[in-house]
Write a protein that binds this ligand. Structure first.
Ligand SMILES: NC(=O)C1=CN([C@@H]2O[C@H](COP(=O)(O)OP(=O)(O)OC[C@H]3O[C@@H](n4cnc5c(N)ncnc54)[C@H](O)[C@@H]3O)[C@@H](O)[C@H]2O)C=CC1
Ligand SMILES: O=C(CO)COP(=O)(O)O
Length: 314
């Protein structure tokens, strides 16, 4: 039995993917009445829940599961862990971002809140809709305890959901968090009509920034070059299906954006910009995105600030 906390797009997609393989899955959410009744997810374009997925509003349903996958928006994780007495022995963070209060990633936050639990992170290039449709996807499963990581890799891999393993939790956390910030910038560039060449330049310099911060925080460069970093950067910066890219596009084009949509890169840009200042690390793209989303600079000033940086070696 596998538990999934969070019946939004990603939690539901994971439940569908695992349920389709015959796993018994319990999917918990706050307002799951309509989903439980219709067994169809609107967020995933009408995908039907397999019979092996039970939808529940009772957190006690997570007891006695082999692992609980936590697919909540990043800024909701700390409050959820504080406010619930869920005591799963194995927790897998499925969120991407940096917590604004503690400036840590989701797995680190969970390890601190549940020190006795085995904690892992599932991240990498994957749109929930693709996973729910059964399209092939490859993800990173990060767990500091390699034996537990191997167990989870076997448990959660399916023929179309391939999990690669790492013990570098910090690197995997940062890749997934930072690519959303760069995707907002990439969307802004395209929305403002600056062209594909400018996007490629921004992605490359953004990647350099991701690696710089990750190395300073003790991560391995090869983790950032993998699915959880480079892989997800390419997906998210290159697709209008991405909410972070679309949000940036609206900023660049000056068009409205639905405020109820989960856009992880907004809060994460603020958190990472603070982290950069605290650690004395130069993060120009992140600082620009944080200033832009908070209205501290306008679009033309943001573009100017990137174009007028001192010329230097690559
Ligand atoms: N949608 C996607 O394609 C992917 C999403 N992710 C990550 O998964 C995480 C969740 O994103 P989505 O499922 O897409 O978002 P979503 O907006 O579709 O769903 C979020 C769900 O969390 C619930 N929620 C929000 N605050 C809560 C709280 N305090 N307590 C309990 N439930 C709460 C909402 O009711 C909603 O059902 C994010 O960190 C995202 O980056 C990762 C890979 C792919
Ligand atoms: O994380 C994702 C793809 O890997 C989903 O990206 P968005 O949150 O930007 O839609």
């Amino acid at each position: 039995m596998i538990g999934v906390v969070g019946a939004g797009a990603f939690g539901t997609a994971l439940a569908v993917a695992l349920g389709r393989e015959g796993y018994k899955v319990r999917l918990w959410g706050r307002d799951v009445g309509p989903l439980a009744a219709s067994r169809m997810s609107d967020r995933l374009g009408g995908v039907r829940l397999p019979d092996s997925v039970t939808v529940t509003a009772e957190l006690s349903a997570m007891d006695q599961t082999e692992a609980v996958l936590l697919a909540l928006p990043m800024q909701a994780v700390a409050g959820f862990l504080r406010g619930s007495d869920m005591q799963a022995q194995t927790l897998v963070a499925c969120c991407k971002g940096v917590d604004l209060q503690t400036l840590t990633g989701p797995a680190t936050l969970m390890s601190q809140a549940r020190p006795k639990a085995t904690v892992a992170l599932l991240t990498g290039p994957s749109f929930a809709a693709d996973i729910a449709r059964g399209l092939p996807t490859a993800l990173t499963l990060a767990c500091a305890d390699d034996a537990a990581g191997q167990r989870l890799q076997r448990l959660l891999s399916t023929p179309v959901l391939r999990l690669y393993r790492t013990v570098d939790v910090t690197g995997a956390e940062l890749g997934g968090a930072l690519k959303n910030v760069i995707a907002i910038a990439a969307g802004t560039v395209i929305g403002a009509g600056l062209g594909e060449s400018a996007r490629a330049a921004l992605m490359t310099r953004g990647y350099a920034e991701m690696v710089r911060l990750a190395l300073a925080l003790g991560a391995r460069a090869e983790t950032l070059a993998g699915l959880s970093g480079f892989g997800d950067l390419v997906l998210t910066c290159g697709s209008a299906q991405s909410r972070n890219f679309s949000y940036g596009h609206a900023l660049g084009a000056g068009t409205p954006f639905n405020a109820s949509v989960t856009v992880e890169g907004v809060a994460t840009a603020r958190a990472v910009a603070r982290l950069g200042i605290e650690r004395g690390i130069d993060l120009p793209v992140t600082a620009m995105v944080a200033a832009l989303v908070d209205g501290r600079i306008d679009l033309s000033a943001a573009i100017q600030s990137l174009l007028t940086r001192p010329l230097k070696a690559e």
